[in-house]
Design a protein around this ligand. Structure first.
Ligand SMILES: Cc1ncc(COP(=O)(O)O)c(C=O)c1O
Length: 361
């Protein structure tokens, strides 16, 4: 007999739903979502400060935040000198903490500047790190959960989004880990009027029955995005949801995370390797670290190991650099990935590591 586990109810905080005063829209990318929310935050602030106030607006990110945020801030006119990159460290698993953010905000306020927007990430690109407790009154808090937001479909991973109920906006990319084809980014905002105030247009050629009668229930998504026209992205996300269902998607996420957990475990158990950052989701960051080797040589060794693995055509991994350590990233996320593939990837890594160590590279 098949027993289906009863899952606790999970979901976004009420304020991000239309019925709670918020709402959601599908964009093509996190970059677009971030630009739109930055524009909303900027215009909300400038409506009080006046347009010249733009020189005072400050935005915050960590040294692990995706580069797209810096690009977005520059597009909406934030002065480059007012872009703060807050340092993270191994102590907080490379995530932001309330203390780090508070210190930066207080310094800026003391200088007469206006903290505008903080981009907190749940599942950073390089390491899968998590920024926690970063909500500060008056500063727009955006949560970028591009990759790891998918895991929140499982109740046991929702805790990583604790505090999201205080955010102004939240985004995740189903095209990363939610089995949806490029491109698809879900953006939720707590106060859509801030978005439409910044982004709406009202040319004559777009006037129609809906706009003429100013139907209160009309949501015109052209005012929630940069472009006027929209692709029908909802259909592919709907097909994924219908095909797998919530239970299927949870099983998928859990399977991926279990495979990554297994991989992390075997890497940690092999004394020649080291897990560089504790794993949060399905991404494992590790390196080959023979005890006798100097740091400089370790970096070259890992570069060679990654090149050898990828040249084999049997697996594909990427790299990152943290605290001057070159780390290899194994991310489990493919819809067809099975345990045998992850086992094979580990065998391949050991085989290439043995070759490199034997030849004295
Ligand atoms: C955490 C995070 N944010 C943002 C992005 C950029 O996403 P997009 O290409 O949808 O703009 C990525 C891509 O890797 C990411 O990992």
């Amino acid at each position: 007999m098949r027993v289906t586990r009863k899952e606790p109810e999970v979901g976004l905080p009420e304020r991000f739903h239309f019925k709670g005063g918020g709402g959601g829209v599908l964009h093509g990318s996190t970059c677009e979502a971030v630009v739109c929310t930055l524009a909303a935050a900027r215009d909300r602030a400038l409506s009080k400060l006046g347009h010249e106030g733009i020189l005072k607006l400050v935005v915050y990110a960590s040294d692990q935040t995706h580069a797209t945020f810096q690009k977005g801030a520059s597009i909406v006119g934030i002065p480059p000198a007012n872009f703060r990159i807050l340092r993270t460290s191994a102590n907080s698993g490379y995530g932001l903490t309330a203390t780090i953010v508070q210190r930066a905000i207080e310094e800026d306020v003391a200088r007469g500047l206006v903290p505008l927007y903080l981009c907190a990430t749940v599942g950073t690109t390089g390491l899968g790190a998590i920024d926690r407790n970063t909500c500060f009154t008056g500063t727009w808090l955006h949560i970028d959960a591009a990759y790891a937001g998918s895991a929140a479909i499982c109740p046991e991973f929702q805790g990583h989004l604790d505090g999201a109920e205080l955010a102004d906006s939240l985004s995740m990319n189903p095209h990363k880990w939610f089995l949806t084809n490029m491109d698809c980014c879900c953006l939720w905002v707590a106060n859509p009027t801030t978005m439409t105030d910044a982004l709406s247009t009202d040319p004559e050629y777009l006037k129609n029955v809906g706009t003429a009668s100013k139907m209160a229930e009309t949501v015109d998504y052209k005012d929630w995005q940069i472009a006027l026209s929209r692709r029908f992205r909802a259909i592919k996300l709907w097909v994924v949801l219908r095909r797998y269902g919530a239970a299927g998607m949870r099983a998928h996420m859990r399977r991926h995370i279990q495979m990554a957990e297994w991989f992390e475990h075997v890497v940690a158990a092999d004394e020649r390797f080291e897990v560089v950052v504790p794993r949060n989701f399905s991404l494992v960051c590790f390196r080959l670290r023979p005890r006798f080797m100097a740091d400089k040589a370790v970096e070259a060794l890992n570069r060679d190991l990654l090149a050898a693995v990828n040249a084999s055509g049997r697996a594909f991994m990427t790299h990152f650099v943290v605290d001057d350590k070159f780390v290899i990233r194994l991310a489990v996320g493919g819809s067809m990935t099975e345990m045998r593939h992850v086992r094979a990837a580990w065998e391949l890594l050991k085989e290439k590591a043995n070759d490199l160590i034997a030849t004295g590279c």
